[in-house]
Design a protein. Structure first.
Lengths: 114, 112
């Protein structure tokens, strides 16, 4: 158990809908990262927050947004969902925000858009 | 961006055998990590190893940063070692928007 908690584990929804994925980092970790894993794109970095502030953006679509709350949990919001958004979404956390941070991943949320 | 190539793409071993998994990267890195994704999808951090050698039980890893490659060694493999092994790197001096870039992974199947 990495200590990173993601809910829900599975999510099935329809095209055009909006969903929210939730992540609680390891106790004491200030950074939260979101990654998307799909068969064609592999594991791709989406966005990072550190202590409530956005720190880095990767390949995140404009339809997607995230935030980190004062208690350090994070939510990833996916809207106007398309079939191609079906993927495994991972949250990871680390203590700080530096190049030498070891990342710990949650068990992921499997999103299926039908 | 930085390119990460892992080889071989697939590996089938008999239980008890040893194996070497390779990760080549195209630029200088200040962060390199190896992960194991088990058959249930969980990503487990095996090593943080931007340079040098580390060992953890039957697993060890070596990164030769000057030659831009890293190796993951699995000795006396067990069926529980099955899954996908990812190498992930972060390019040195890449700026704030650069985080860990993952390779495509190596699928390992250990047969009893």
């Amino acid at each position: 158990d990495s200590g990173v908690t993601q809910t829900p584990k599975h999510l099935i929804t329809a095209t055009g809908q909006r969903v929210t994925l939730r992540c609680s980092p390891r106790s004491g970790d200030l950074s939260v990262y979101w990654y998307q894993q799909s068969l064609d794109q592999g594991l791709q970095f989406l966005i990072q927050y550190y202590n409530g502030e956005e720190r880095a953006k990767g390949n995140i679509l404009e339809r997607f947004s995230a935030q980190q709350f004062p208690d350090l949990h994070s939510e990833l919001n996916l809207s106007s969902l398309e079939l191609g958004d079906s993927a495994l979404y991972f949250c990871a956390s680390s203590y700080a925000d530096g190049p030498n941070e070891k990342l710990f991943f949650g068990s992921g949320t499997q999103l299926s858009v039908l | 961006g930085i390119q990460v190539e892992q080889s071989p793409p697939d590996l089938i071993l008999q239980e008890g055998a040893n194996s070497t998994l390779r990760c080549n990267f195209s630029d200088s890195v200040n962060n390199l990590q190896w992960f194991h994704q088990n058959p249930w999808g969980q990503l487990i951090n095996l090593f943080y190893i931007p340079s040098g050698t580390k060992q953890n039980g039957r697993l060890s890893a070596t990164t030769v940063a000057t030659e831009r490659y890293s190796l993951l060694y699995i000795s006396s493999s067990q069926t529980t070692d099955s899954g996908v092994y990812f190498c992930a790197v972060e390019r040195s001096g890449a700026g704030a928007n650069s985080k860990l870039t993952f390779g495509k992974g190596i699928t390992l199947s250990v047969r009893p």
